[in-house]
Design a binder for this molecule. Structure first.
Ligand code: CUA
Length: 334
């Protein structure tokens, strides 16, 4: 490996893309990168300043007030309220500045923008499976156009993984049985490394890939040429029939189960008297553990699909149930 390649590796980007200024930092390739870096510089500067201040005063006073003779006794000090307040308030203000700045960035990362395009990411030992809204699939690669917002909806087939793109300053755990999300807006065309940042078994270190940020026109070309499978909803519709969900859940069926069309995002009254919202987490649980939250007026007769459907298939089924809130509802009721 040449020196240049090593620097490129440290910068977490492809050797073909020249890096910016400091070789110790990865490229700043997302909307969050600059702000995260500034906060990091600030933390480093404050820490360095106080380290120097404290150690230099320790040495200075150690020398200045050193014991000069065997019978040299120091004068006792009985405290100073002004000093106590000073060294309590000043650090408080400083650490609160860390908190407020950090919380602002954290909050912006946490709140998903409404106009972000959703992309599904399923992690498994030891690969990243990506599906675009148009059905295009890829493994260990994520192609996105520069400037557009994306929202990754992530889950795991097996153990905990962590989706980590240093150039985007983003990292989020990916959990089995739960969906986690992150969003970003790529700001710079290039190739950036994708890592798994949670030790997940023998080939954890190899569980990586790349994020390819393209010009919008190149991205359109890539999309049309990418291997295209079913969309999440199409796959979900197929599974819905394959597992005979329709025999209980379609209107006009034997109605052993509640009808699903048009219910997503709405409150559901449970047999226990509780009311919950039909969201991703509720559907996820109800497919795998149907008896956990039985809808009022129905018997707990649905069999579990734990072990029969993969996490990916659960996501597909959920996507299909969501789509039932739209035009399909009318069709189903005809
Ligand atoms: Cu997946 Cu480490």
């Amino acid at each position: 490996m040449s020196g240049l390649e090593l620097i490129a590796l440290l910068q977490n980007q492809s050797p073909t893309i020249p890096g910016p200024g400091l070789p110790i930092f990865p490229a700043q390739a997302s909307n969050f990168a600059r702000e995260v870096d500034w906060l990091y510089y600030y933390l480093t500067a404050v820490t360095a300043f106080f380290s120097v201040l404290i150690f230099s005063t320790v040495f200075y006073f150690a020398v200045k007030y050193r014991r000069r003779s065997a019978d040299d006794l120091p004068l006792p000090i009985h405290g100073s309220l002004v000093l106590e307040i000073f060294w309590s308030v000043v650090p408080l203000v400083i650490v609160m500045s860390f908190f407020v700045w950090g919380a602002r960035i954290y909050y912006r990362m946490l709140v998903m923008p409404a106009d972000a395009t959703p992309i599904t990411v399923v992690a498994k030992q030891w690969m990243w499976k990506v599906q675009h809204p148009g059905g295009q699939r890829e493994i260990n690669e994520l192609h996105v156009p520069v400037g557009r917002k994306f929202r990754l909806k992530m889950t795991s087939e097996d153990v905990i993984h962590s989706f980590y793109v240093p150039a985007f300053r983003l990292k989020k755990d990916v959990l089995p049985g739960r969906e986690t999300e992150l969003w970003f807006q790529p700001t710079q065309v290039g190739e950036y490394r994708l890592f798994c940042a949670e030790y997940c078994g023998t080939k954890h270190a190899g569980m990586g890939g790349r994020v390819v940020v393209m010009e919008p026109a190149d991205y359109e070309a890539w999309l049309s040429g990418a291997p295209q499978g079913e969309t999440l909803e199409q796959a979900g519709a197929r599974l819905y029939r394959q597992f005979n969900c329709n025999t209980c859940h379609d209107p006009g069926s034997s109605a052993r189960g509640p009808e699903l069309a048009g219910k997503f995002g709405k409150p559901v009254k449970l047999a226990s008297g509780q009311t919950v919202t039909m969201d991703d987490a509720y559907l996820h649980e109800s497919i795998l553990q149907p008896n956990a939250k039985v809808v009022a007026g129905y018997e707990p007769v649905m069999p579990t699909y734990q072990g029969l459907v993969s996490e990916e298939q659960v996501l597909q089924l959920i996507a299909y149930v969501k789509s039932l809130t739209r035009e399909e509802r009318a069709q189903v009721q005809k």
